[in-house]
Design a protein around this ligand. Sequence first.
Ligand code: NAD
Ligand code: PPY
Length: 356
Amino acid sequence: MAMDPGDAFRWDGELTLTRHDPETGATFVIRVDSIRHGRAAGGTRAAHYPSLTDALADAARLADAMTLKMAVSNLPMGGGKSVIALPVPRKDIDTRAWDRILRLHAENIDRLNGIYWTGPDVNTNSADMDIVGDTTGFVFGRSVGRGGAGSSAVNTAVGVFEAMKATARFGGMGGIEGLTVLIQGLGAVGGHLATMAAEAGARLLVADVDSDRIAWAQRFGCNPVPIQQVTTTPCDIFAPCAMGAVVDRAVARRLSASAVVGAANNILADAEAGSVLRDREILYAPDFVSNAGGALHLVGREVLGWDDETVASYTEAIGQTLTLVYQISAADGVPTDVAARTLARKRADAPEPLAR
Ligand code: NAD
Ligand code: PPY
């Protein structure tokens, strides 16, 4: 949800760490939302923010979402997130400065003595986690060669695809074959999702600010949609897989889709958007349920010792969790995001044995 600037400071999470590095101009933010159910985990996002207040607010929202994601997935961890507020866009940071930024970030994490574990997120990857891992052990998602579980993106996409199938079933759309799926963002997750949906026979519409990604998707039959028309183009399933806050109340009122199912964290920009989607009978798959495949991969592999098969079966169960969310939403007459929070709270208080 969007926060007003004051909310960046009124946030009631466990801990906020900030540090500024004059040499690179980077400001580091770590927010630990909850450690009630285990040490907190959540990735490191690097981005250029309009202000430190925006960076703090984003970290708070993302950390909240991690607590909900762990709880609704029955994972024995709390939620946290790091934001590295860069002075310029990531592409304009040179290798030397980036290396320094990652090492300082790792120092900050190490000082928290394990109450917060990081991992990859937007603009950070396994190679970056290897560098973080030189300084601290509190890191998920290092490359496989360095003893980590590697990228979480593929399994995130697999989970989102399970969420799509469950949504299509619950919404009376049948299977994915023949449905029009509009994917916003063809990056690490959206790209894999596009290939899976295409293989399942969906008609794909795609949008990305990067023309190379569009050219790549056109090679397997995807049709591009202009960035400005993403929320007005008719489709069956709208899949935001780029940034958050894509659906505010105005977008929710005009969206021409039967469902919203994507990988992006914090898809809803305001509390009203969920209600509008419900009133319009557009099924919204709460992001912290649908995109939990990455957390299942990282925590499953690195904490719980899961093998491929176990990760796959828990990831498939995302579809069942989502169906339960839709049933709670229908029974209680509440938006699906509210229903998912209710389920997350219930599972946090009484974690269910991980269902397979
Ligand atoms: P990514 O950086 O690899 O991909 C993002 C893509 O979106 C890029 O191709 C970029 O060019 C494109 N993009 C950026 N702004 C856009 C815009 N305005 N319109 C259209 N396209 C735009 O990131 P990712 O790892 O694929 O993650 C995507 C989203 O999923 C993020 O919100 C992330 O937080 C969330 N998520 C990722 C994971 C994971 O395992 N990687 C797990 C959970 C949630
Ligand atoms: C996310 O799922 O949003 C993440 O940040 C990925 C993640 C999950 C669990 C531990 C570290 C990073």
